[in-house]
Design a protein around this ligand. Sequence first.
Ligand SMILES: NC(=O)c1ccc[n+]([C@@H]2O[C@H](COP(=O)([O-])OP(=O)(O)OC[C@H]3O[C@@H](n4cnc5c(N)ncnc54)[C@H](O)[C@@H]3O)[C@@H](O)[C@H]2O)c1
Length: 274
Amino acid sequence: MKASIGVGLIGTGYMGKCHALARNSVKPVFGSGPQPRLVHLAEVNAAIAQTKADEFGFAKATGDWRELIADPEVDVVSVTTPNAFHAEMAIAALEAGKHVWCEKPMAVALADAERMAAVAKASGKVAVLGYNYIQNPLVRHIGALLEQGAIGSVNHVRLEMDEDFMADPEALFYWKSEASSGYGALDDFGVHPLSLLHVLFGSVARVFAHLAKPYPTRPTKEGTARAVETFDIASVLFEMGRRDQWRHGAQPLGPGPQGAHCAADFRVQGLDCL
Ligand SMILES: NC(=O)c1ccc[n+]([C@@H]2O[C@H](COP(=O)([O-])OP(=O)(O)OC[C@H]3O[C@@H](n4cnc5c(N)ncnc54)[C@H](O)[C@@H]3O)[C@@H](O)[C@H]2O)c1
């Protein structure tokens, strides 16, 4: 077993910082075992990369993510860039023989996600996606209770998730407002309840979705207004496929009322429980 694991981090915004903090917490949380070494960090230019490398404790910095991927000291790459880059960066890292932790949503197009899955499978490397809720011990406990029949034969599930970071109509237009990032609430944070639904209740047979755009334009930092290309609200109704008798509804919603920074509600209804 290796004594340490060389980490590369691409993107240093909200989630990049989380990944850096988490890598630095491995020893206090897990104790002995291979420890992460913060080897190489990439950003949009060399100056930002150097500043963030100093802040987060990375040895090397680059304004070109391909240099990080070519670095033989890097064993695992964290991809924490905007969604549109996930497929290209994760595939390049896997093809270079690196393990990958790529943030959610996996990709913005099904074809990209399928390519990523195929490359990951062929690489034999560990490839993880940032659906972090499904790793939560609480969720695993819910899974165990469901398996034991504590809620009986499940006939309906309702999931809601509110995030208020775009609830303010004056919040600036940014990459999550662009169509290149995907659909908006659905693949931004709606994917978390969707991942729970998938892990706890199996595959989806049919789906009906409604997306809404409460604020059609947003101000830009240049002082103009720009048309919003994504949808801040998503409501989805699913029919689950794994067990024919099950019917589930799931509604990832957003933006919630201001003040509901991140609220998740999860209700499961069943018959003949223990
Ligand atoms: N798992 C979760 O709960 C969770 C939470 C928030 C965000 N995310 C995901 O994390 C990803 C990043 O989101 P965020 O909120 O941190 O965004 P962010 O805008 O805060 O950070 C993105 C960073 O990537 C950098 N970047 C952009 N293009 C780059 C390039 N070509 N090379 C190197 N760096 C580049 C930007 O400069 C920025 O620092 C998104 O895919 C998002 O969906 C996951």
